[in-house]
Design a protein around this ligand. Sequence first.
Ligand SMILES: Cc1cc2nc3c(=O)[nH]c(=O)nc-3n(C[C@H](O)[C@H](O)[C@H](O)COP(=O)(O)O)c2cc1C
Length: 358
Amino acid sequence: MADVIFTPWKLGRIELANRVVMAPMTRNRADVDGVLPASAAEYYRQRAGAGLIVTEGTHPSAAAQGYPHTPGIHTDAQQAAWADIATAVHEAHGRVFCQLMHTGRIGHPSLLPEGGELLAPSAVTADLEVATFSGEMVPALEPRAMTTSEIRTTIDDFASAAERAVAAGLDGVELHGANGYLLHQFLCPSTNLRTDEYGGSPVNRARFVVEVVRAVAARIGADRVGLRISPGGQFNDMSDRGNEETYLALVDELNDDGLAYLHTLRGRTSTLHVEMRRRWSSTYVINTGYMGRSELEDLGPIVEAGESDLVSVGRLFISNPDLVERWRHGIERAAWDEDTFYTLGERGYTDYPSATQH
Ligand SMILES: Cc1cc2nc3c(=O)[nH]c(=O)nc-3n(C[C@H](O)[C@H](O)[C@H](O)COP(=O)(O)O)c2cc1C
């Protein structure tokens, strides 16, 4: 086999050592001010053998936080922690994009600044439980529909956060348009009931995402910006099936903007995914997670066949910091421990050993 997955790839202005991306994964290790601990730099350094690391979802403003102990990138202290991470990854010859995530209706006022409200495209309550500041799970509350002026502020927050990411030395940002959070809530007809220019048609539903992407690109350069989407995704109480036209409108609208990449949670292949890949002219990234598997024998053929340029892997990277080397040398993969995915501290974070020396 040609092992294309182990070959380099040019992504915007940077070179990746291989085609394997560490998928963004929330780990809830930040302090109450959204500042990551020193161990986060060690965690990401250990995983720098990925061609590209996409970090855990990170809030671009205090209003965007939806889970306890997730990091932010809107204060100087938060930015300083990200600078340590960028240095650690670069010293280990890796590359790293920060995922910017606004959770929209998935969140709780106890996580927001005093008087903060849950904002979303429309006042549609998620049928699920959300975490409070203390970690207690409670039924989700009804969000308030964003005003046009709040849409503007939110877009600007994304751009400012992206500027901080680049100032911290990170290689770029990924905008989280997947998994039922704010950007996805605009894309999806079940959560976007708006009758203004941000709702009602595929082009209108795509508009907010397009505006966020363009504002961020204008600030840091389009070739430093990736976008993650999950067409048809149901996570976080979304009804996104049959919404293909919105995703095609989004892809068509952004295709000439010269973005670094489009990252899709694909699961099994479908007509929509084949069509998006056909229409998208820059780097394409597939995550087969949840509906498929993320092992070498599943992902290698996807890259070989040109279905995707890069493939992203989540959970295997938690328990195998040197995943790419293990794959390259046929070394067995360690199992992950779900109980420590979202817990504070080093256990299940920096204590998975590497099987290979660099
Ligand atoms: C612990 C954990 C946290 C996650 N956090 C995020 C996140 O912050 N942003 C995101 O886009 N996806 C997140 N995901 C989804 C992963 O990026 C990925 O799509 C998923 O794990 C499936 O891929 P896998 O089968 O290789 O693990 C998370 C997944 C896990 C397991």
